[in-house]
Design a protein around this ligand. Structure first.
Ligand SMILES: [Cu+2]
Length: 178
């Protein structure tokens, strides 16, 4: 009884932890944080982006002065060359929230001449949700719910051979209880 309850609690906890990143959707990322979207100060957008974990369902928000800047989603090659002549989408409001709907790279530049060349560009790389979930729960993926997998690392009942271990522990548990 004791063993079964603890094992069950452990399984539930493992499942809950591994599920948390999948349930937390819809984060909003302000590009450049408090600096916003600008050339002033030569903000390192590449560094900023590399410190985030973007997922499908999140929102990328560009805040800027629309008289001086804009936002263009462009192709990979146009991103590299800072070509603003063939944008996929252009945003001009000064407060643009762009939902992430698919994985992979999303390339944004400022289309005002010269701005991309001095660094006003950002590559939003969107990872799959499964890779993000691995960070907190290295031993369990949402798929590995069988007892032999999920109880193998952290539990004190961590033998690979439960058929031997469980009877042993039941005996010792009753020994402590009575
Ligand atoms: Cu600009």
């Amino acid at each position: 009884m004791v063993i079964k309850t603890e094992a069950l609690v452990f399984l539930v906890l493992m499942f809950a932890y591994s599920s948390v990143p999948l349930m937390v959707k819809g984060a909003v990322y302000n590009v450049g944080e408090f600096t916003g979207w600008t050339t002033i100060g030569h903000y390192d957008y590449a560094k900023w982006a590399s410190n985030q974990t973007f997922q499908v369902g999140d929102t990328i928000r560009f805040v800027y002065n629309p008289t001086h800047h804009n936002v263009m989603e462009v192709s990979s090659s146009d991103y590299e060359s800072c070509n603003a002549q063939a944008p996929v989408v252009t945003y001009i409001t000064g407060n643009d929230s762009i939902p992430i709907t698919k994985e992979g790279h999303h390339y944004f530049i400022c289309g005002v001449p010269g701005h991309c060349l001095v660094g006003q560009k950002v590559d939003i790389q969107v990872s799959s949700s499964s890779t993000k979930g691995g960070a907190m729960t290295p031993t369990a993926s949402p798929n590995s719910t069988s007892p032999s997998n999920t109880t193998s690392s952290a539990s004190k009942f961590s033998s690979k051979d439960l058929s031997i271990l469980v009877p042993t522990l039941v005996v010792s548990a009753f020994g402590f209880a009575y």
